[in-house]
Write a protein that binds this ligand. Structure first.
Ligand code: FAD
Ligand code: EPU
Length: 274
């Protein structure tokens, strides 16, 4: 266990301190979960308060990060700390289709499952067959359909930590997968490259939160170093020295302005410590 600044573990680069428990096995999970806790993946969908969190923050260590090639294997168990970008790339090289819709999502596998990350070209639940979870002090396996996936949502058992997952790919060719990845990449070309936590709000049915924020004229709105991106209205950026308070004030101000045009958007980010 060590005390860390959570800003260093999130893509938005804001957030105060917490006890970080990096675990490598079931014994570690048992010990770490003996007190109130949270679990962090790639930290790419989190807004952590400047005060940090009082709970322990559990992070799956190297033994849950599978970087091996799975050439020739359509059905594969992978650790939940495996970074998605490398996984998407390895599947492409092996000519295995199923994950290419997730190109550009800076998650780890466990976080992508917990959020059912995706784009309109596919989501995490498309390939997921089974998960291994640490819940109530023990490991158990659940079929994917027990998680009742929907848009950016999975019904994980209360306090459950995804430790491994079994994915099933469709056989294709590296070239065909690459072609589909190019389409996904093109669809993301309007997204900013500056520090963010991806889209701040979920899309309402049949519309885009980015379009709504744009149409309301809120691009460039700013609190401290937190700013609504000019490139894509649903991205809130940390221009350098933003605090969590700046980001939260901006979210509140955006919502206030949206209310004036009758729009009410739900946050996609998970809030910690607010
Ligand atoms: P974290 O942010 O660390 O955690 C998110 C939630 O998952 C938390 O509640 C956490 O407790 C829980 N969690 C994490 N790991 C586990 C685990 N092992 N077991 C149980 N619960 C766990 N998202 C999309 O869906 N589509 C996109 O196109 C997309 N593009 C993005 C682009 C950028 C530049 C950025 C910064 C983010 C983007 N996101 C996108 C958002 C983000 O990548 C996803 O929400 C992703 O699923 C978060 O995964 P993570 O590993 O970073 O999880
Ligand atoms: N639009 C605007 N102005 C903007 C942004 C978008 O008018 O500032 C318009 C676009 O022109 C387009 C429509 O809104 O007509 C949709 O935009 P886009 O294609 O960028 O998709 P999105 O709905 O804004 C969703 C996901 C992204 C994902 C992309 C690519 C949500 C909340 N967002 O964005 O996911 O990468 O599709 O498929 O579902 C995330 O969840 O963090 C995320 C980045």
């Amino acid at each position: 266990m060590q005390r860390v600044a959570l800003a260093d573990f999130t893509t938005l680069k804001v957030g105060g301190t917490a006890e970080l428990w990096e675990v490598e096995d079931e014994t570690g999970l048992k010990e770490a979960t003996e007190a109130p806790h949270k679990v962090i993946g790639g930290g790419s969908n989190l807004l952590v308060s400047d005060a940090g969190v009082t709970e322990r923050v559990i992070r799956l260590g190297r033994s849950y990060n599978d970087v091996r090639s799975f050439e020739g294997q359509r059905d594969v168990w992978l650790g939940a700390a495996t970074p998605l970008p490398g996984l998407v790339r390895r599947a492409q090289r092996a000519g295995l289709s199923g994950l290419e819709g997730l190109l550009g999502v800076p998650a780890v596998l466990g976080g992508a499952i917990a959020m059912n990350a995706g784009t309109r070209f596919g989501e995490m639940s498309d390939t997921l067959q089974e998960v291994e979870l640490f819940v109530d002090g023990a490991l158990e396996r659940l079929p994917a359909d027990a998680l009742a996936f929907s848009y950016r949502h999975a019904e994980l058992p209360e306090g459950g930590i995804v430790t491994r997952a079994r994915l099933r790919f469709t056989e294709s060719t590296p070239e065909a997968v690459q072609t589909r990845m190019a389409t996904v990449d093109a669809a993301r070309s309007g997204q900013p490259k500056v520090k963010s936590a991806g889209c701040a709000f979920k899309n309402p049915a049949g519309d885009s939160a980015g379009r709504i924020i744009d149409a309301a004229g809120l691009k460039g709105m700013r609190r401290g170093d937190a700013m609504v991106s000019f490139e894509h209205g649903n991205f809130i950026l940390n221009l350098g020295a933003a605090t969590a308070a700046d980001v939260m004030e901006l979210v509140t101000a955006v919502r206030h302005e949206l209310a004036k045009v009758g729009a009410d958007l739900e946050l996609e980010w998970r809030l910690w410590g607010f």
